[in-house]
Design a protein around this ligand. Structure first.
Ligand code: NAP
Ligand code: MG
Length: 469
């Protein structure tokens, strides 16, 4: 792979065409050096891409499910063949260490792709209730707007279900990490997709994103990113009454119940730390709050302090995405944000000379109204709280505007499932339960609207039609 990747073209209507916007430099956050230059889409380029998607819709929506499955299987093969290249690109533009780039940023979306194809193959697009035939029909043109934290995964979870459903797509990747999307577009082209069914228009949220969300020719905006921008997207979409799905932030809790054995307690704390620090803390599902029984707090602090010491920046912990993100995250470590909580980490940890690294942090006895308790940090910062009962633990877990993910730990699976039922979030892992690419993914409360992944991701891109006979 060349030293600086240059992408001067856009993929519109099945062709690589000249981009008419300004140039954008892409920086490697581990090296603080430019690794890519892309030419952004201009306003007229975006309009053209939306027209191409609209033009392709009647034909793509009419293609048989078997042919859609066949296309997606060809795409899967091509992406699997270039998995190492995809990981190298994510490593360059997003900063994740190469092994993590492969495992988290490439293998996970490939598993989502596989689960989506399986779901499509068996999906019932037609059913009957009483004298009505129920048709599930693709919604039309989907505008996909994605963030930088999981550059390929977030794209795959939008573009693949949309194409699977028979909708057509215009994709705007994050400006900090636009590069991997070009590789996906090349694979889509090689797999022989109908021209116009997928279009790639990198560029800023304020130009490209705004046009996509306002356009009356877009039928669904599928957005992943911050809650603040999610609100703006909803408002922009309102005048033309388009559907909006949002995957936003989180402040997820890992809840340890009083009946855990010492062994499970240790596992719970270690896995919560690992989950919170995954991708340098930049995942929307991060278990950034740990709630433990008051009687076990001393024990938990000891385990957590030993665990955090193993996350050396530059080794097990990658950099944050940008200088701005580092500044934001460091602000959470200040006493006015922590509310005087007890630090369990080494705050004088030596950091690599270059790269946007921060020391991993764990705070215990965190005041529930402090900034670190309330706000999504999107960095490697864990807050520990103690609870006197299950009800108190549930109350703390639900004391947030968000509702994306969570975890419950108990020696009784039944007890854990019962408590999981009281936590208002879209997904909860019990005793370290693994990510399932066929299960619905999305948020309660201000974490979002809609569900992605597997058959649920396909359903979000379908309209229901009742035909009375
Ligand atoms: P962001 O600033 O909200 O940006 C997300 C995307 O929206 C980017 O492509 C951005 O373009 C675009 N955008 C910005 N302003 C826009 C506008 N006015 N209209 C349309 N699009 C616009 O989020 P981020 O900083 O990239 O990502 C971090 C946040 O995303 C965190 O809060 C995190 O929790 C959340 N997140 C949630 C999930 C989930 O599944 N729930 C997953 C990942 C991340 P530019 O890049 O050009 O600014
Ligand atoms: Mg942003």
């Amino acid at each position: 792979m060349s030293d600086v990747i240059r992408e001067p073209l856009l993929y519109i209507g099945g062709e690589w065409v000249r981009a008419n916007g300004s140039e954008l430099e892409v920086e490697d956050p581990a090296e603080e050096r430019v690794v890519g230059v892309v030419t952004q889409a201009s306003a007229s380029d975006v309009t053209e891409a939306i027209s191409a998607a609209k033009g392709a819709f009647p034909k793509w929506s009419g293609i048989s499910v078997a042919d859609r499955v066949a296309f997606l299987r060809r795409l899967q093969l091509l992406l699997t063949e270039r998995a190492d290249l995809l990981a190298e690109i994510v490593n360059k533009e997003q900063g994740s260490p190469l092994a993590l780039a492969r495992k988290l940023h490439v293998d996970v979306p490939l598993s989502v792709l596989d689960a989506t194809i399986d779901a499509l193959g068996s999906y019932q697009f037609k059913s009957q209730i009483g004298n009505s035939l129920i048709f599930r029909e693709p919604i039309g043109v989907v505008a996909a707007i994605t963030p930088w934290n999981l550059p390929l995964h977030q794209i795959v979870t939008k573009v693949i279900p949309a194409l699977a459903a028979g909708a057509t797509v215009v994709l705007k990747p994050a400006s900090l990490t636009p590069l991997v999307a070009y590789e996906l577009a090349r694979a889509i082209d090689e797999a022989g997709l109908l021209p116009g069914a997928f279009n790639l228009v990198p560029g800023s949220g304020s130009i490209v994103g705004e046009i996509m969300t306002h356009s009356p020719d877009v039928d669904l905006v599928s957005f992943t990113g911050s809650t603040a921008v999610g609100r703006q997207v909803s408002m922009a979409a309102a005048p033309s009454v388009k559907k909006v799905t949002l995957e936003l932030g989180g402040k997820s809790a890992s809840v340890v119940l009083a009946d855990v054995s010492d062994q499970l307690l240790e596992k719970a704390v270690k896995i919560t730390v690992a989950n919170c620090y995954l991708n340098a803390g930049q995942t929307c599902t991060a278990l950034s709050r740990l709630i433990v029984p008051s009687s076990r707090l001393d024990q938990v602090e000891e385990i957590a302090a030993a665990a955090v010491a193993k996350y050396l920046p530059g080794d097990r912990l990658g950099p944050l995405i940008s200088a701005e993100q580092r500044k934001d995250v460091l602000s959470f470590l200040e006493p006015d944000s922590t509310g005087g909580a007890k630090a369990l980490h080494n705050d004088q940890l030596p950091l690599p000379e270059r790269g946007y690294y921060v020391p991993p942090a764990v705070f215990s006895r965190v005041p529930p109204d402090s900034r670190i308790a309330k706000e999504e940090i999107f960095g490697p910062v864990l807050s520990i709280f103690s609870a006197d009962s299950d009800a108190h633990a549930v109350e703390l877990a639900n004391d947030t505007i968000y509702g994306l993910a969570g975890a419950v730990w108990s020696d009784s699976q039944e007890h854990a499932i019962e408590v999981a039922g009281q936590i208002r979030t879209g997904q909860i892992d019990i005793n370290g339960g693994q990510f399932n690419p066929a299960a619905p993914f999305g948020g309660f409360k201000q974490s979002g609207i809609g569900r992605e992944i597997g058959k649920y991701g396909i359903e979000d891109v379908l309209e229901l039609k009742s035909v009375q006979i």
